[in-house]
Design a protein around this ligand. Sequence first.
Ligand SMILES: [Cu+2]
Length: 354
Amino acid sequence: MRFSIVCLFLFVFIHSAEIMAQQDSSQICESSCCNNEVALPAGVMLGHVHSKGEWMLSYRYMNMAMKGIYQGNSSVTSDEVFKTYLMTPESMQMNMHMLMLMYGINKRLTLMAMVNYNQNTMNMTMFGMSDHHDHGMGGSNIHQMNSQGLGDVKLYGIYSLVNETRHKLLMNIGFSIPTGSIDVLGESNGMTEYIGKHLSYMMQLGSGTFDFLPGATYLYHKKTYTFGVQGNANIHLGYNKYGYSRGNEFTGNAWYAYRWLNFLSSSLRVEYAISGKIQGVDTSLYRHNEPSANTANYGGQTASVFIGTTWQPLRGGLKNQKISAEFGLPLYQNLNGIQSPIKYSINAYWALTF
Ligand SMILES: [Cu+2]
């Protein structure tokens, strides 16, 4: 008897505390519902929906720097690479500028269109001219490859399956349209091996195929923090006009974001990505030029950790805007064949809701 009274008391206590907590957050919610939740980290896309008729314009900058040479999960010397290839990678910079537009069809479904502008730079050393063999030739032994232009256009539908104060479950389905060029040629003043010829797969701006992009996000919201997990896949449908298909990718994310002040939050995120080798081959590429010209040197597994911060004013003239940034370092990399490993990543994000 005593036990059941205690139980009843506990139940009423917990239940009313829960109702109070919900009322509390719904009161804040009235003014601007979506702004009330602790923001997603800068590198997480597709983790939210909009209310009916609401628009959002956003810009995301992603930078990835690669340096050195890995075979599997450890570094190898350039001499090792020269056993098979004429050139060896030194470093690479990938810059992606993404412009996104979102629109809430109704309270469950939001559509998103995204267009990318990509800039890639790869530095390589020629066989016989690496530091090891160099006799005072200075920096002239570094050869650079560049590519830039529009990437693939992506269209998404994001559907809210569960939309409670605490728990949110979102599903997204997207398609990538091959607007990015896979015809990028070497510059006339560039490396002789690539003048007027296709640059390697990595330097091309798109996949050349239609791609299927399914994913899901789960969010656990509290007043001051959010815990989230997200999985996204990129499945390349068929082969492109040159007869190859990029390796399918899966990316998993888990993060914790904590709000210190009304307008300021920090996040810690772990990202795991796995991708396959390129299937098929671009027969115009000579695969012994350098590792990225060989389809065997693509794909693998990487795990990275990101720290981030978001500035999101809840009131005032800038309350419809959000700015966030993230810095990431690799924890683990196991790459297929010979590749340049990731050194660091930077994500920056700006959004305007209207
Ligand atoms: Cu949005």
